[in-house]
Design a protein around this ligand. Structure first.
Ligand code: FES
Length: 111
């Protein structure tokens, strides 16, 4: 059974934007739970990752979203949207957060 809006809010999710406010191939930056989070749309799914790239602590707000990944604009490291895993062995994963969509509204849970 899918969750209702009230159940999500009770579980610690915050409503952050409308689904159509997330562009194709680019993240949308939102503030939630005291963090800057990037919402990424890929193949009909929505993912949330931390704005800050774990490679050199730079913003990925102008990264490219494609094929289940976000590519950091600074040194082109790829991070899997579903797991946060980086394609470079020595780089830490980016933080990922839970996302739910109800009636075109996007909810994210940080922490
Ligand atoms: S800062 Fe993101 S790849 Fe280097």
């Amino acid at each position: 059974m899918s969750s209702t809006r009230d159940e999500l809010l009770e579980a610690g999710f915050e409503e952050v934007c409308r689904l159509d406010e997330i562009p194709q191939m680019m993240p949308r930056k939102v503030q939630t739970g005291g963090r800057s989070v990037l919402l990424c749309k890929d193949k009909g799914e929505v993912y949330a990752v931390d704005e800050i790239c774990p490679h050199k602590d730079k913003s990925m707000a102008y990264g490219v979203v494609h094929h289940g990944k976000i590519t950091c604009p600074h040194h082109q490291y790829d991070f899997e949207l579903a797991t946060g895993r980086c394609n470079r062995r020595k780089c830490a994963p980016v933080m990922t957060y839970s996302v739910e969509v109800i009636d075109e509204s996007v909810f994210v849970k940080v922490g």
